[in-house]
Unconditional design. Structure first.
Length: 386
């Protein structure tokens, strides 16, 4: 079954300009997103659409950065001051449910934690490794992933999703190969009540070119730093300063760049979490659209401006294809429907470096210093100081 094909379009009529985010299904049915759509005057700057969209989501209580309101965010100063890089999620329910625990931690817990870490001052990239503590019958095992480098905050949720899928596939393969003498093994029964998250933060260096979301980086449509001439760097600095003045002093007015250019920004759908690039400022010369220089605005996870990067191939950058072809990994022949998931799978070396180790019954893990970060109905979260 193919995935719905998204489209992002503007329709101008009777002096108004309306933005639509839609999904096109195989049966020619079209579904309009009820969160992304906005209407502005035809003469308004394109940036007005995204300001209205943000205001609409805030008023409806649908903010994307829900992790900012969690107890994890409240503990961020302590996490930073103690340089805590290891965290343990524990199933806090009286009656344990492994599948529900994995869903809760994989969809919300770990992505929220990594988002808070990404929000620490100057964080550019996160190195992440996950470890499941798995009980099969009366035996305990450690199932551990290799390290994954998350280079943009928009890739957090998909990265965690891919690591979870690959760890569980490794577990299923392992259980299939075990002697099937006991009923529990025959039924594939296992319990996971603890998940260790090991992280390492890499700080941003001034003037260093930042990474784009994987979905856009793979298009290779951005000018590389090695290709930048002194004049180019001067132009980029002028434009960046003009843009900073704009967002600091005149966010509600038209942006006036020092030279003709088009600016684009990233938006995230509150319904589907899809990431897409849309116009922020378009030059007043539509006939020269393809020849006008185009730049994308790079913001941090809190929405603060970081950098402008020039887009070399604007059509490739904005193009949204119907990604319904099944993609295969050339190394292990694993199948994927989304190019970004295949890219993450390859970054993890097809799971070849994942490990599963049996733990001795007498083995005891002792953490000399750890503290409770968050307690809720779904899990307990501890920070481990090493």
């Amino acid at each position: 079954m193919s995935l719905p094909t998204p489209s992002y379009t503007f329709v101008t009529s009777a002096g108004q300009r309306q933005f639509f985010h839609r999904w096109h299904l195989q049966n020619n049915e079209v579904i309009d997103c009820n969160k992304c759509g906005t209407i502005c005057k035809e003469t308004d700057a394109y940036s007005q659409h995204w300001m209205k969209q943000k205001l609409k989501l805030t008023e409806a209580g649908d903010e994307l950065n829900t992790w900012m309101r969690t107890p994890i965010m409240e503990q961020q100063p302590a996490i930073v001051s103690r340089n805590i890089q290891s965290f343990m999620f524990c199933d806090g329910k009286v009656v344990s449910d492994t599948q529900q625990f994995l869903l809760d931690v994989g969809i919300t817990g770990i992505p929220d934690l990594l988002s808070v870490l990404y929000a620490t001052d100057g964080c550019k990239e996160l190195m992440v490794k996950l470890r499941f503590y798995v009980e099969i019958e009366d035996e305990m095992f450690m199932l551990q992933s290799s390290e994954l480098e998350i280079r943009h905050h928009s890739d957090i949720r998909e990265s965690v999703d891919v690591i979870f899928l690959m760890l569980l596939e490794k577990l299923r393969t392992f259980m299939t190969c075990m002697p099937r003498r006991r009923r529990g093994l025959q039924e594939g029964v296992y319990r996971i009540k603890r998940i260790l998250v090991q992280t390492q933060r890499r700080q941003h260096v001034n003037n260093e070119q930042l990474q784009l979301p994987l979905q856009y980086k793979r298009k290779q449509a951005i000018l590389q730093e090695t290709d930048m001439t002194p004049q180019y760097k001067c132009d980029l600095e002028q434009l960046s300063l003009a843009f900073q003045r704009h967002i600091n002093t005149s966010a509600n007015s038209h942006f006036k760049p020092p030279f003709p250019c088009n600016l684009y920004c990233f938006q995230t759908c509150a319904n589907s979490q899809e990431l897409y690039a849309v116009p922020f400022h378009i030059s007043n010369k539509p006939q020269s659209f393809l020849s006008t220089r185009s730049f994308v605005i790079v913001n941090d996870i809190l929405g603060g401006f970081q950098q402008l990067q020039e887009i070399v191939h604007i059509k490739r950058f904005l193009h949204h294809s119907a990604e319904d072809a099944v993609l295969s990994c050339s190394q292990c022949q694993a199948k994927f429907m989304q190019p970004t998931k295949l890219a993450l799978h390859k970054m993890l070396n097809c799971g070849h470096d994942f490990e599963i180790l049996k733990i001795d019954p007498d083995f005891i893990e002792i953490y000399e210093e750890c503290f409770e970060i968050m307690r809720c109905a779904k899990w307990l979260l501890f920070g481990i100081v090493k």
